[in-house]
Design a protein around this ligand. Structure first.
Ligand SMILES: Nc1ncnc2c1ncn2[C@@H]1O[C@H](COP(=O)(O)OP(=O)(O)OP(=O)(O)O)[C@@H](O)[C@H]1O
Ligand SMILES: [Mg+2]
Length: 348
């Protein structure tokens, strides 16, 4: 893995070792023995379903939640027991949490004043931070005179203005509508490139994770199931959970303790088994539905064993068959990922 930005003096590594969090009264740990290395300058995303422990992990790194076990180091220094403001980490949450009675400039200047930065420097650094987030012309406004997206930009500017060792963000785009979210997502990617700072980003939105991250840590039930580049997670998922959480999957029972996962764009459809290319594997299926999704068609399949799946075809290419018709779906073994068969409850 290579960070998208060369490490600079503003790049710091974060090591999370055996970190757990037990909340009294919960049947199992909210975070359960998580170990993770974030490289200097890396854009790392915590991705996972609701309740999987993403926020709790980020909050332990930020210092708002004490650890039950384990340690967190920045550049080798154990920060696990430091107060949040001593950790030198910038934090942005889903809710903007700006000071409502302070102007944009004063909001962004606040962390510098707390750190007793000389007045002349404050002005220059606030201006640079506002330019970074495209808000130089909004310096004198109050938060309520800004849109949600603009308020979140102020929060970003305030979190990076004192040049922290890393920027931690918990669903920073969650409260915005889709268009603003896409726009601010591109801004965050650009900020990462320009600052060369280590970014830790939390989301349950797979598209956000895939497009922003150098690497993604997939959380499930308080544990990290897999850490990898977007491509590794998509092409080589190590568990069925990861395969099904990221993108669509066809899941086929295989001999023994494994099932195989094949992505919809890797399946070919044929009228009969004789048409399957040599060396390819195949399954019989019935087409259940065909949905036009903008630039492609999603062809729904029901396989002979009753499991559901799908094939993706770019719009403009001829459709192989109609709903209700029988087909044979084939794939090359090169394009399958074998993962352990999950325990009991699961029916292939
Ligand atoms: N202060 C708390 N006291 C008790 N339990 C908590 C506390 N904070 C979180 N939990 C529990 O810990 C588990 C993990 O919560 P967490 O907020 O880390 O999940 P998440 O992955 O961020 O979910 P979401 O995507 O919904 O934000 C959940 O079961 C949650 O109910
Ligand atoms: Mg959360």
């Amino acid at each position: 893995m290579r960070p998208s930005t060369a490490p600079t003096s503003t790049s710091h590594g974060i090591r999370i070792s055996g970190v757990s969090k037990v909340f009294p009264g919960l049947p199992r740990p909210a975070v359960d023995d998580v170990t993770l290395d974030v490289a200097p300058g890396e854009f790392m995303t915590f991705l996972g379903p609701s309740g999987s422990g993403k926020t709790t992990t980020l909050s332990m790194i930020a210092g708002f939640t004490p650890l039950t076990a384990g340690s967190i180091c920045v550049d080798g220094e154990d920060i696990s027991r430091l107060k949040p403001h001593k950790r030198d980490l910038g934090v942005v949450f889903q809710q903007y949490a700006l000071f409502p009675h302070l102007t944009v400039t004063k909001n962004v200047a606040f962390p510098l004043q707390q750190r007793a930065v000389p007045r002349a420097d404050v002005e220059a650094r606030v201006r640079a931070a506002l330019e970074l987030v495209g808000l130089a012309d909004f310096a004198d406004r109050l938060p309520r005179q800004l849109s949600g997206g603009q308020q979140q930009r102020v929060a970003l500017a305030r979190a990076v203005v004192y040049q922290p060792r890393a920027l931690l963000m918990d669903e920073p785009l969650g409260a915005l509508d889709k268009k603003l979210r896409d726009q601010l997502r591109r801004e965050i990617a650009r900020m990462h490139r320009e600052l060369g700072m280590t970014f830790l980003f939390v989301t349950h939105d797979q598209e956000e994770a895939l497009t922003l991250s150098d690497r993604i840590a997939v959380f499930n039930n308080g544990r990290v199931e897999q850490v990898g580049t977007p491509n590794e997670l998509y092409e080589r998922p190590s568990t069925l959970f990861v395969a099904q959480f990221l993108g669509e999957s066809n899941v086929f029972a295989d001999d023994g303790a494994e099932v195989v996962v094949v992505r919809p764009e890797r399946l070919e459809l044929h009228a009969e088994p004789g048409a399957v290319p040599d060396g390819c594997r195949h399954r019989k299926a019935v087409i259940t539905d065909i949905v036009y999704v903008g630039n492609h068609h999603r062809i729904g399949l029901r396989f002979a064993d009753g499991t559901e799946g799908s094939v993706m075809r770019l719009a403009g290419t001829a459709l192989p068959a109609a709903p209700g018709e029988s087909v044979v779906a084939s794939w090359s073994p090169r394009h399958q990922a074998a993962v352990p068969r999950p325990a009991a409850t699961w029916g292939v």
